[in-house]
Write a protein that binds this ligand. Structure first.
Ligand code: COA
Length: 257
């Protein structure tokens, strides 16, 4: 393999520690698996303690490199406690992924203020809460922060004003942190997954009877496999992306087009 920098050898993350908030299922879990498989210590964090424990076990908790943590990203104290647990176990953090999200389709006029706030709280404030909590625990220079954004941040669709507003906030949060924390050697980026097969997000956003028509409209004529999103996340967290900071990377098979 032509890999002069040695960044993608199978163990290039050995000795590194990653925390994935919202890492117990879907895209977050896919990213956690990829980081783990390249050798990182990985803590997966989710609201449900049993689910977090199960996710850590399925990563391979048995060899001591996986940890399940329970915390709601809406609660800064819970996130701080989870971060402390992770750092206590593995030491300073090298990679932090903010992947927690909440979503449902509802027309703007039918959306209650609480419903709007719920998604803003989980997606946008949750992302801030995670990055804010880890700042003093990052191994610098070299730490990488990654948020999961959405194409709806820049291309609105009906029934999604809460998620669109939250994700566009995430895009600017990432850029702001790139500027503020870049001098400390911290890179902050966002990843925009396209439609990913088998995720709760897809199930929530696209009725099954519309799936075939939607897929046939996509440039690649297929949904993404979660591993394809995880590969992009792996790249952004790797030394191969050492000069990428404040980027919003669309890994969507061209579906935005
Ligand atoms: N349509 C309209 N309003 C909805 C709704 C829906 N499908 N689901 C929730 N809401 C509203 C509620 O009615 C409530 O507002 P109200 O009290 O004014 O009526 C508000 O949102 C909060 O709902 P609640 O169920 O109390 O929030 P919660 O924090 O317990 O759960 C989620 C909200 C989003 C976290 C929950 O749906 C969930 O667990 N989702 C799974 C994760 C997910 O969404 N993943 C998608 C990834 S893309």
């Amino acid at each position: 393999m032509n890999d002069p920098m040695g960044v993608f050898c199978p163990d290039f993350l050995v000795g590194k520690t990653a925390l994935v908030a919202g890492g117990t299922s879907g895209v977050g879990f896919g990213i956690a698996k990829a980081l783990f498989s390249y050798g990182a210590n990985v803590a997966v964090c989710g609201r449900d303690a049993a689910k977090a424990e199960a996710a850590a076990h399925s990563l391979g908790v048995i060899d001591g490199r996986a940890l399940g943590l329970s915390a709601d990203v809406r609660q800064p104290e819970m996130i701080a406690a989870a971060v402390a647990q992770c750092v206590g176990r593995f030491g300073p953090l090298d990679i932090v992924v903010a992947a927690a999200a909440g979503n449902f389709v509802v027309a703007a006029e039918k959306m209650s203020p609480k419903a709007f706030k719920t998604v803003i709280d989980i997606d946008l404030l949750g992302c801030f809460n995670v990055f804010h909590a880890v700042f003093t625990h990052l191994r610098c220079p070299g730490a990488s922060l990654l948020a999961i954004s959405s194409g709806h941040a820049t291309r609105p669709v009906a029934g999604q004003i809460h998620a669109s507003a939250a994700k566009s906030g995430i895009n600017m949060l990432v850029k702001g942190l790139a500027v503020e924390w870049g001098p400390a050697g911290i890179r902050t980026n966002a990843l925009v997954p396209g439609p990913v097969a088998g995720t709760e997000g897809m199930a929530r956003l696209l009725p099954t009877d519309q799936l075939a028509g939607y897929v046939s409209s996509l440039p690649l004529r297929r949904l993404a496999d979660v591993n394809e999103i995880a590969s992009a996340a792996l790249f952004l967290a790797s030394p191969a992306a050492s000069y990428i900071n404040g980027a919003i990377l669309e890994c969507d098979g061209g579906s935005r087009l």
